[in-house]
Design a protein around this ligand. Sequence first.
Ligand code: TRP
Length: 333
Amino acid sequence: MKNILTGIRPTGNLHLGHYFGAVSNWVDLQDKYNTFIEIADVQALTDNFNNPDKVRKNVKELTLDLLACGIDPKKTTIFIQSLIPEIAEATVYYSNLVTISRLYRNPTVKTEIKQKKDLFGNGESVTYGFLGYPVSQAADITMFDGQLVPVGEDQLPLLEQCREIVRKFNSIYGNTLVEPEQLLTKNTRIKGLDGNEKMGKSLGNAIYLIDDLDTISKKVMSAVTDPNKIKKDDKANPDVCMVYYYHKLVNKDNLDTVCSECKNGSRGCVACKKELINKMMEFLKPIQDKRKEYEKNMNLVEQILKDGTNNARKYAINKMKLVRKNMKIDYFE
Ligand code: TRP
């Protein structure tokens, strides 16, 4: 069975964008592959070094969210990045194989530096740790022989950089590391109810898996609809309506009706939004129920994290032996 490795930063709760864009896919993959999910707390600290409480709190929140979505600890190894020192060690060795200019040119890093002006100015005060996180991400993947990495498009430059490191390492020290391939997620990007191309916490348009009826209602009621539809019985174009976009995700059974009624003017936007609110709550219910079960048993959640981290550690220790041997730094072996 091939190894799959993916990671996620513990910086907030999961929203529908994560669900459709990533996590639902991981749930399917765990049956077919040897799956590792890394809770990337070290990576989260690269731009949250000044906020350790946030990262710590979200390690548990994220684990609860993942389990609620159907990640099964019997099939998937969920582990905490900072508790695998071999990842940090590999990062140091790999950092010799990457130039600083190459890191600056990484499109993902470039975009993120721009977004984080508060922290890094216009790039002139970017930290060594942040600039180097693609190197650390290459260590995440290669310490677990991640052959396939399920990612969204925004992560492709990081994966390309990882492949470069692998090739360079293998050409200098002999065949040691596995070169990963991407497994591009279908629904990579979920649009926001506000019409934004992306749903995200920082964009303020996220629908969280833990949102209650009240919160969902407020968010859906303010969704962007066809601007040409003024009166309740005007005909409209569902393809420009964010409410319809979300019906497509959570109300597949009734989609034809929603679409035709919208087009022929027999469906008002308020009624259409109310139906979406109900369908969304129906969609979220099993996830929220499962989460509540786990919340009642936090000892179990902690044990899942401990066991997953122990398993992952064993794998990484073994892999690191080969790395050290091939780098000729296995002095007393
Ligand atoms: N960079 C990824 C993100 O921000 C998270 C991540 C960390 C990751 N390590 C990884 C993804 C390894 C894939 C493989 O979403």
